[in-house]
Design a protein around this ligand. Structure first.
Ligand code: ADP
Ligand code: MG
Length: 595
């Protein structure tokens, strides 16, 4: 929608120019393709002479032998044309496909490195369409439209020369007629193009809408909003149809106008030329060749005009793709990074850290955080929802950089480390476990792609996931569905824990990792976590008292601040907020305990 305005012609070329750097690696194929392009254009042009000879030498002379000879020659030329066309088409399309594949990869490689806040500001659907629609448009431009235009230009020039050589007077008529055919094409063509791109947008909207409904199908059905959604979706579809209707109307006009004008022009030519043939000023063959060239010229002009419009749209695509390619992540590894000493020791230190999310510049998500965590300690973060606990984890992993203050791991500021090194020492089990739509093995193995089958199984056992995995229809090869829809919340969480176990990080970050577990599996997972946490620095965001009580240190957060630090006993005495959180816990705990 926002991108439907094509850039002005002057910078259409400018914005397509950078695409050249994707084409240059394939210079050899480009040169070959150009050769075949010129080759086929030349043969097409000489076909007109063939037509002339067939009529003049074949028909008029009345000699069967001559007719056969010229026809044989014509067939030979057509063979050459077919031969050349194969290579021209294959090479040109190859270049288009190759270049768009390269651009697609380059864009993806760029996107995947971008800082997370970029994705908060940009809709994922739009990024997807950059990868698919925009690259496809470039592919059709490079692979077919561009070569069509180039070929047409050759034919246009060659055809014009041949016209002038064949008959000057008739050529003048043609040259006058061409703009006549061209004008309606320009007029309707522009409208068709504009409508085509809003039509594409409308179709994309339909896709987005349906995608969202399908993802939230249970909510829709549970509120029995099917009729409403049907009506709303129907509305979207009708909108797209209305746009399409306008477009096809313009196209129908376009076709009708082109046919009318083209054939009218040819008729006039036949009339004027026919007069000349009758008076003996030109031969029938010359008239035949002339009409052949005239049609060729007209078609070439039409092609060039059409491709010209497409080129403008492609320029829009190219601009958007190049913008993506030029993006630099806000979060970068330093140029000369420091190395973490090869040790399993891990201490964390936060000094006067202040942070607000880019989308909420006025509200501090973390406010003057000072915290030291020694190696091997287990630290529990507690506090009401929105206190900033998860945000602290995001900063530790450098998904965001704080506005001020320093985060240090083993006395090295984390911006001094490569992102790889930093994230290698951390293992995270997020609040909402994220699963990929593939099988169990892949999902656990994500923690360490080098892990063997046995190691994966071992990690699953330690996360108390092995049992339920074996009950799935295909065990470790069971497909989990999109976002792991085929698992319960607690099962997803245990898969995520197994993944972290497999990574075997020095620093373990658990974000309410046991929140979605029932009492029984919580007991098991807690046991697994206890084992996992020994001799490892662990920060655990927890609501459950059981987890909190055994922590070495409890950090109470509220409104982005650390309000208290201590252990269970001391905080019960000194921290009113902690007391309140505990009271809530005991009330909740009573229910399952009395069962
Ligand atoms: N991506 C985000 N963009 C803007 N604000 C956010 C984002 N994530 C969290 N917040 C806000 O930051 C504050 C702290 O959130 P969070 O760290 O998730 O709290 P919690 O302690 O519940 O984990 C909340 O006010 C939340 O609304
Ligand atoms: Mg949270």
């Amino acid at each position: 929608m926002s991108e439907s305005t094509p850039p002005k012609t002057a910078n259409a070329y400018q914005s397509l120019k950078p695409i050249l750097r994707f084409i240059t690696p394939y210079k050899r194929n480009v040169i070959l393709a150009l050769f075949f392009l010129v080759f086929t254009a030349a043969i097409s042009l000489s076909l007109g002479q063939g037509v002339k000879m067939v009529i003049d030498s074949g028909f008029i002379s009345g000699s069967v032998e001559q007719l056969t000879q010229t026809i044989l020659m014509l067939i030979g030329m057509i063979f050459l044309l077919a031969f050349g066309t194969f290579f021209r088409f294959y090479l040109m399309s190859w270049i288009g496909e190759r270049v768009s594949a390269d651009i697609r990869t380059a864009v993806f490689n760029q996107i995947i490195k971008l800082h997370p806040s970029y994705f908060e500001e940009n809709r994922s659907g739009e990024l997807m369409s950059r990868l698919t629609t925009d690259t496809a448009l470039l592919q059709s431009i490079i692979g077919s439209s561009f070569s069509m235009a180039l070929r047409s230009l050759f034919m246009l020039l060659g055809g014009l020369i041949m016209l002038l050589v064949t008959n000057l007077k008739l050529s003048m008529i043609v040259i006058l007629c061409v703009p006549l055919v061209l004008l309606p094409m320009m007029f309707f063509g522009r409208r068709v193009r504009d409508l085509a791109s809003s039509s594409q947008d409308a179709i994309a909207d339909i896709g987005t809408y349906a995608g969202e409904i399908i993802q939230n199908i249970k909510v829709v059905q549970s509120y029995t909003h099917e009729p409403r959604e049907q009506a709303a979706f129907g509305g979207e579809v009708e909108k797209a149809f209305e746009v399409a209707k306008k477009r096809i109307k313009q196209r129908s006009f376009l076709f009708a106008a082109v046919i009318l004008l083209t054939f009218a022009a040819i008729s006039v030519m036949l009339w004027v030329g026919g007069m000349d043939v009758l008076s003996g000023a030109m031969t029938g063959g010359e008239l035949g060749a002339f009409i052949f060239y005239a049609i060729m010229v007209a078609m070439s002009v039409a092609t060039v005009a059409e491709v010209y419009g497409e080129l403008q749209r492609a320029a829009g695509s190219a601009t958007r793709l190049l913008e993506l390619l030029a993006l630099e992540s806000d979060i970068q590894s330093p140029n000369s990074p420091q190395q973490l000493p090869p040790t399993s020791q891990a201490a964390i230190n936060l000094q006067s850290v202040n942070f607000n999310y880019p989308s909420r510049p006025d509200i501090p998500a973390l406010n003057d955080i000072n915290l030291t965590i020694n190696h091997g300690e287990t630290v529990a973060l507690v506090g009401p929802s929105g206190a900033g606990k998860t945000t602290l984890f995001e900063l530790l992993q450098r998904f965001y950089d704080p506005q001020s203050g320093t985060v240090m791991v083993n006395d090295t500021a984390i911006e001094q480390l490569t992102l790889e090194d930093l994230r290698h020492v951390m293992g995270m089990v997020p609040q909402h476990p994220v699963l990929f739509s593939s099988d169990v093995r892949h999902n656990i193995g994500y923690g360490n792609p080098k892990a063997s089958e046995l190691e994966i199984e071992d990690a699953a056992k330690r996360a108390h996931a092995h049992e339920f995995i074996m009950e799935l229809p295909n065990g470790y090869s069971s497909f989990l569905g999109e976002q792991g829809v085929r698992l319960s919340g607690g099962q997803k969480q245990r898969i995520a824990i197994a993944r972290a176990i497999l990574k075997d990080p020095n620093i373990l970050l658990l974000d309410e990792a046991t929140s979605a577990l029932d009492a029984q599996s919580e007991y098991h997972v807690q046991a697994a976590l206890n084992e996992l946490m020994t001799d490892r620095t662990t920060i655990i965001i927890a609501h459950r008292l059981a987890t909190v009580i055994h922590a070495d240190k409890i950090v109470v957060m509220d409104g982005g601040r650390i309000v208290d630090i201590g252990n269970h006993q001391s905080l019960l005495e000194s921290s009113p907020l902690y007391q309140r959180l505990c009271e809530l816990q005991f009330e909740q705990a009573k229910t399952p305990a009395s069962e």
